[in-house]
Write a protein of this length. Structure first.
Length: 132
């Protein structure tokens, strides 16, 4: 896989060693581009087999397999956290699909029935009660 030019520019600016990280923001500023472009470049380098470790302190290169394993575990943990959040959002969306805003009107039951939109269970129950 050929790395794009941004990836090459980022790679030559990364140093080996945990004690020499470079922040993605600093790399972006140095290269005169956005942080997102640098993130994509780092991702492409990592996917092409370059031993890059990223963390809160920045990105750096390593030759230590244990460091790469540790970084892989941290990424896995982050991915699982993101998946749990995505699941929670999907469940919340489903709950919100079943909820319909209710309003109490002061009009007569006939006018009341005309104002209710939709065919939700709640609307049918209210109409049934108003008609009886």
């Amino acid at each position: 896989m050929n790395a794009p030019p941004w990836a090459d520019l980022v790679r030559v600016r990364l140093m080996y060693g945990r004690d020499r990280p470079r922040t993605l923001s600093a790399l972006a500023e140095q290269l005169g581009t956005s942080r997102r472009i640098v993130e994509k470049a780092v991702e492409e380098l990592a996917l092409s087999g370059v031993p890059i470790v990223t963390g809160a302190e920045g990105a750096y290169l390593t030759q230590d397999p244990a460091e790469l394993e540790q970084a892989a575990l941290a990424l896995r943990s982050r991915a699982l956290t993101i998946m749990r959040r995505a699941r929670a959002l999907r469940l919340t969306a489903r709950r919100h699909e079943r909820v319909q805003q209710t309003t109490i009107w002061t009009e007569t039951p006939r006018d009341f029935g005309e104002q209710i939109a939709g065919d939700s269970r709640l609307a049918r129950d209210i109409l049934r009660q108003a008609a009886s």
